[in-house]
Design a protein around this ligand. Structure first.
Ligand SMILES: Nc1nc2c(c(=O)[nH]1)N[C@H]1C(S)=C(S)[C@@H](COP(=O)(O)O)O[C@H]1N2
Ligand SMILES: [Mo]
Length: 314
């Protein structure tokens, strides 16, 4: 049974942010919000999303919220990095919202977003996010492990993979007019990856509900994989026996694979993956950072790929 869930590894002490440190950061963020210094571009007042400090948070400084909100990849709203922030808050309707759970599962059905919000305790988790385009950010996400939902819907023994389908509504998403990929945006994980405690079903960031452009009302965050594995604005979770074909793999299989683990030793055919630019560090003298294997989460996830040739299974 290669795909059965493994027990949660203990996070190493250096990976955990002490609650006091995180609390202080949070107070600073909230003070910023109160003073109107942060999130000035948001047309609607962001709603708080209380959470307890979660495991696995990095000690690195969070990327300024403004940058994470304004520099986005969400092709359903256009391919320029600024398009999603400009269009999604006006166009994306996040209520009512249901997530369809289907396939190899004992409790399929339409799960309402407000029920999902209450399904498990919300946690703050500061994760690195590494885009395949060689930029990265450090984001305090709010959510709970996807495993919490998976356990409750009871996958059958045939469920080997999880497929994620995201919203594709031409009335709300002008980017669908361009055929950059086959819509809807589809992603997938192997069952043990989906069950891994690092994989976060994400409802918020920076202590507030997700801004539309970052994937409201819920998205996946898989911190050891390139950012495109983290589908935004999820509408369907399907449990399947065969490995799903994710959108980027379908559109260009020589450039994008299924696993897409962050790997500095495996270059993208058109650029190196050895280093990255951290959002906010783009000054003249800013040094590029070395990219870490599994985005620095090797201690937690390397065992999932034991014996696999990661140059072949990229
Ligand atoms: N539905 C959907 N999800 C998506 C994308 C997209 O275009 N559409 N872009 C992906 C890519 S390439 C990255 S790097 C991350 C970016 O997340 P962020 O904009 O919140 O930083 O979202 C991912 N999820
Ligand atoms: Mo990306």
């Amino acid at each position: 049974m290669p795909n059965c869930p493994r027990p949660a590894p203990e996070p190493s002490p250096s990976e955990i942010t002490p609650p006091a440190v995180w609390q202080r950061r949070r107070e600073l963020v909230q003070a910023g919000v109160a003073a109107g210094l942060i999130g000035v571009a948001a047309p609607l007042r962001a709603q708080k999303l209380p959470a307890k400090p979660g495991p696995y948070s990095t000690m690195e400084k969070a990327t300024p919220e403004k940058l994470v909100k304004e520099y986005c990849n969400f092709y359903e709203f256009g391919t320029d990095k600024e398009d999603p922030a400009r269009l999604a808050p006006k166009l994306l309707k996040t209520r009512p919202w249901t997530v369809q759970v289907e396939g190899e599962v004992k409790k399929p059905g339409a799960y309402d977003i407000d029920m999902l919000l209450k399904l498990a305790a919300m946690e703050d988790r500061i994760y690195r996010l590494r885009c395949v385009e060689a930029w990265s950010a450090v984001v305090p996400w709010v959510g709970y492990p996807l495993a919490e939902l998976i356990k409750r819907v009871e996958p059958t023994g045939n469920a080997k993979f999880v497929e994620f389908v995201t919203l594709a509504d031409p009335k709300q998403m002008p980017g669908l007019r361009a055929s950059v990929i086959d819509w809807p945006y589809v992603e997938g994980l192997r069952m043990d990856e989906a069950m891994h405690p690092l994989t976060l079903l994400t409802f918020g960031m920076y202590g507030e509900v997700l801004p539309a452009q970052n994937g409201a009302p819920l998205r996946i965050v898989v911190p050891w994989k390139y950012g495109f594995k983290s589908g935004k604005s999820l509408v369907k979770i399907r449990f399947v026996e065969k490995q799903p074909v994710n959108s980027w793999q379908r559109s260009n299989p020589s450039e994008y694979g299924f696993y897409s683990n962050v790997n500095p030793n495996k270059d993208h055919p058109r650029w190196s993956q050895a280093t990255e630019r951290r959002l906010g560090e783009d000054g003249l003298f800013a040094k590029r950072r070395p990219t870490l294997m599994f985005n620095g989460y090797g201690e937690q996830v390397a065992s999932l790929y034991a014996g696999m040739d990661l140059n072949k299974f990229y």
